[in-house]
Structure formats: structure tokens, C-alpha cells
Design a protein around this ligand. Structure first.
Ligand SMILES: [Zn+2]
Length: 64
């Protein structure tokens, strides 16, 4: 079982904490940067990465 946590940094300056989770079923998916839309990861299988946004240079935007 490999559940290591890594930090993924996008070119736009946003960082994500990446950890893996084992699912009971297979899953296929991709993860795109929330800020710029760049493809950061893709997976196919039962070991699926989870992403949590952490401190980045881009300020949080809110739609008023
Ligand atoms: Zn980005």
C-alpha cells in the first residue's frame, strides 16, 4: 500500500497536495488545475489521487 503525500506545483503558481486513495472499483479520471486548466494528472485503476489546494501565489477569487 503506497499512500504517500506529495506536493504538485502548477506552472501558474498554484500548489496542490496530492495523496492517493485505493478504491474498491476502478476509476478513470483526470485532474486539471483549478486556476489555469492545465492537465496535472491522469489515472486509470483503483489507486486514485486526491488533490487538495494549498497556498499558492494566485489569490482566491470570489464571485460577488
Ligand atoms: Zn495552473
Amino acid at each position: 500500500m503506497s499512500t504517500e503525500t506529495r506536493i504538485i506545483s502548477c506552472n501558474c503558481g498554484v500548489s496542490y497536495e496530492r495523496s492517493e486513495q485505493r478504491l474498491p472499483i476502478k476509476d478513470i479520471g483526470v485532474f486539471d488545475c483549478e486556476e489555469c486548466g492545465a492537465r496535472l494528472d491522469m489515472w486509470s485503476g483503483r489507486l486514485v489521487p486526491m488533490f487538495k489546494r494549498i497556498a499558492g501565489t494566485a489569490p482566491e477569487r470570489r464571485s460577488a
